[in-house]
Write a protein that binds this ligand. Structure first.
Ligand code: HAM
Length: 431
């Protein structure tokens, strides 16, 4: 019989161990605080959707849909997909719940797991978490700038350094088709010098040529026509105003004419926020994208809704954590334990269980090691937690209905009635 392999988590999907939960918690708390401030409401969509939501939304010719989706047929015959990104699901929910009839714009945020069948490497996983912000029903450029500001502020509040914002405009239905044609013609005349993937892109998704990383394509890229020079008046004015807003709120940015992003629904402004990271063991720095997004004025209509302008973005939580760790950003543990409950013997243990619950009701944080019998081990734990008082319930105290309160600062002890213990401690903590 073949040797049984050890069971492991699926490739590219990891456990979030307790030691990493504090990062998730911190990022969530900061995102939530900023969301509340700017009036965003939380939404959770299912982690699976009809595959069609992504085929039509993200785009059938994108890598995400063509190569990276976890799709499956249910027992009832529906074809579903684990969500590779959040925006099409949010647009589907906007249509399904008739949100167009609510006061506009609808400002939503989310925080949850996403799935892409990618080749796993540092910062690229098959299950990863994103936090995202979406504004639906608002056409004005102020929203573009505000979302970029929100992302920038979340990263700043997390104390991340060395961030850069890159921006581009990829036009709308008026100017994008013309630019596409221009680029297609340009590339067709140089087809034999392109990498095989870009030769395919000419037919399927020509704008993706602009973010090709193959060396072969770089000189052709430098000479290629640039979209910013071919925007229609409306897109030009929109983009100019976004830049003016960003200048006003002092968000540093760089224009990147090659930024097109890998999803089909974008119109007008697109952005990415990145930071630099040292390649493991190589000492060389490279930039890694922490988040990105843009305007998607046609997505809701594409999915069957009304013409609804929208703008949004998402950031990768694991990537933020990776940067926080590399930049040695400490997270203060806010949970302060004030009291430790130590016990010796079965009767004391039983009484302590009840006492613990009384402290919970009194909202006083308490540490314990009920699994340990040795007083020394329990006192060591109390020391580690840095508590102000340790309550010791030995066999004698358990019989007498008393408890010893030890002040951990000066070692002074006093004996109080068990039923008064919570009240006594509360008074002592106030001093
Ligand atoms: P995205 O650029 O595909 O955009 O993903 C956003 C962020 O998710 C990336 O910048 C990256 O940090 C993280 N990410 C993506 N794939 C992975 C992966 N395999 N492993 C780890 N992290 C990853 C979107 O998803 C759009 N829905 C953003 C958006 C919202 N546009 C408009 N609204």
């Amino acid at each position: 019989m073949p040797k049984k392999q050890k069971l492991q988590s699926p490739v590219g999907m990891s456990d979030i161990l307790p030691e990493d939960q504090k990062y998730f918690k911190k990022i969530y708390e900061i995102a939530e605080r900023i969301a509340d401030f700017y009036g965003f409401l939380k939404i959770d969509t299912p982690i699976v959707e009809d595959e069609e939501v992504f085929d039509k939304g993200t785009g059938i010719s994108t890598d995400i849909v063509r190569k990276e989706m976890f799709s499956f047929r249910t027992k009832g015959g529906d074809v579903l997909a684990l969500r590779p990104e959040g925006t099409p699901g949010i647009a589907r929910a906007y249509i399904e719940h008739g949100m167009h009839s609510w006061p506009q714009p609808i400002k939503l945020w989310y925080f949850g797991p996403f799935f892409r069948y990618e080749h796993p490497q540092a910062g690229r996983y098959r299950q990863f978490w994103q936090l995202g912000f979406e504004v639906l029903g608002e056409a004005g450029p102020v929203i573009d700038a505000q979302i970029i500001q929100i992302f920038y502020n979340i990263l700043k509040d997390l104390k991340l350094k060395d961030m850069s914002v890159e921006l581009n405009s990829i036009g709308d239905n008026q100017c994008k088709p013309y630019y596409r044609k221009l680029l297609t013609n340009y590339l067709k005349s140089r087809e034999s010098s392109l990498c095989p993937e870009c030769r395919k892109r000419i037919k399927e998704n020509v704008l993706r040529f602009l973010d090709c990383k193959e060396e072969k394509c770089q000189p052709i890229k430098t000479e290629a026509p640039q979209i910013l020079e071919h925007l229609c008046d409306e897109c030009k004015a929109h983009f100019k105003t976004v830049l003016e807003f960003l200048d006003e709120i002092e968000i540093p940015y760089q224009l990147n004419p090659y930024l097109v992003r890998g999803l089909d629904y974008y119109t007008k402004t697109v952005f990415e926020i990145s930071s630099s990271i040292e390649k493991e063991g190589e000492g060389e720095k490279k930039r890694m994208e922490l988040g990105g997004g843009g305007r998607y004025d046609k997505l809701i209509k594409t999915l069957g809704g009304r013409d609804t302008p929208a703008f949004g973005g998402a950031m990768g939580v694991e990537r933020i954590i990776m940067f926080m760790k590399r930049q040695e950003i400490e997270i203060e543990e806010t949970k302060e334990v004030s009291v430790f409950l130590a016990q010796i013997g079965d009767l004391a243990k039983r009484k302590c269980l009840k006492l613990l619950d009384q402290f919970r009701k009194a909202k006083i944080s308490v540490g314990e090691s009920f699994g340990k019998d040795s007083l020394k081990a329990q006192m060591n734990r109390a020391d580690k937690l840095g508590v102000r008082f340790t309550l010791i319930l030995g066999q004698k105290e358990a019989l007498d209905g008393t408890v010893i309160i030890r002040d951990m600062k000066n070692g002074k002890q006093e004996i109080v009635k068990l039923e008064k213990a919570v009240q006594e401690v509360r008074e002592m903590l106030k001093k």
